[in-house]
Write a protein that binds this ligand. Structure first.
Ligand SMILES: O=C([O-])CC(=O)C(=O)O
Ligand SMILES: [Mg+2]
Length: 218
């Protein structure tokens, strides 16, 4: 059976503008969920912020991927879960070309991609778990578009904010994104003073508080 839920509302453009200059790993200092694991960027440098459009496919049927990619809009991020089988690629040159033509800003896959060099030639940023020649097929079995999916242990819902840079991918609720961006920016803005203090001989462990926490040393 195929399921197709409505497309999510596009994101407030202020969200991408606020997050793009920041580092995903600053958020990694602040929370422990929403970080898909085991993925790598196809190329570096890499960076995008956009609205999740999700697809879940069974292990070797990418029918839903071909349908969903046509629905992508400017500012979307294409997200595909492979129902736990991450051995076959559903995303190669033609699908990436379509995503780019529709205005998508990036893609995140629980599995590998194919047509690596062609995808790179389109300058379409992708996070995935590798590259393979072994692909999915168009079988018409089943699949779901715009349902919650699980990518590398993180749940991504249609309409979530997907933010990627050279350190990784993070998933945020759209309602928290602007507040979080402000907190992340404040933390990053405190670092130049810290570097200056280190250059002037201050110990990092004193600045960070680690020396107080490092108790009970034998
Ligand atoms: O068609 C597919 O499913 C994958 C592929 O090779 C392409 O996108 O060019
Ligand atoms: Mg191909």
């Amino acid at each position: 059976m195929f399921i197709q839920k409505p497309m999510p509302e596009p994101l407030d453009p202020r969200i991408a503008a606020a997050l793009e200059p920041l580092c995903t790993s600053t958020l990694g200092h602040m929370r422990d969920y929403g970080f898909p694991k085991g993925l790598q960027p196809l190329t570096r440098p890499v960076g995008f912020v956009g609205c999740a459009v999700t697809v879940r496919i069974p292990h070797m049927d990418s029918t839903a991927v071909h349908v969903a990619v046509d629905n992508l809009r400017p500012g979307d991020v294409f997200i595909v879960e492979h129902s736990g089988d991450s051995s076959r690629s559903c995303f190669g040159g033609v699908v990436s070309y379509t995503a780019k033509q529709r205005g998508a800003v990036g893609a995140v896959f629980a599995g590998p991609v194919n047509d690596r060099d062609e995808i790179i030639s389109y300058e379409f940023p992708v996070y995935c778990n590798g590259v393979t020649s072994h692909t999915t097929r168009l079988l018409g079995l089943e699949g779901a578009i715009n349902v919650p999916v699980a990518i590398g242990g993180a749940v991504i819902r249609p309409g979530d904010v997907v933010w990627a840079d050279g350190d990784g991918v993070v998933v945020l609720d759209r309602d928290e994104a602007l507040d979080l961006a402000q907190q992340i920016r404040a933390k990053e803005e405190s670092e130049p003073a810290m570097r200056e203090a280190i250059a002037n001989g201050m110990r990092l462990s004193e600045l960070s508080g680690a020396s107080d926490l490092f108790s009970g040393t034998r």
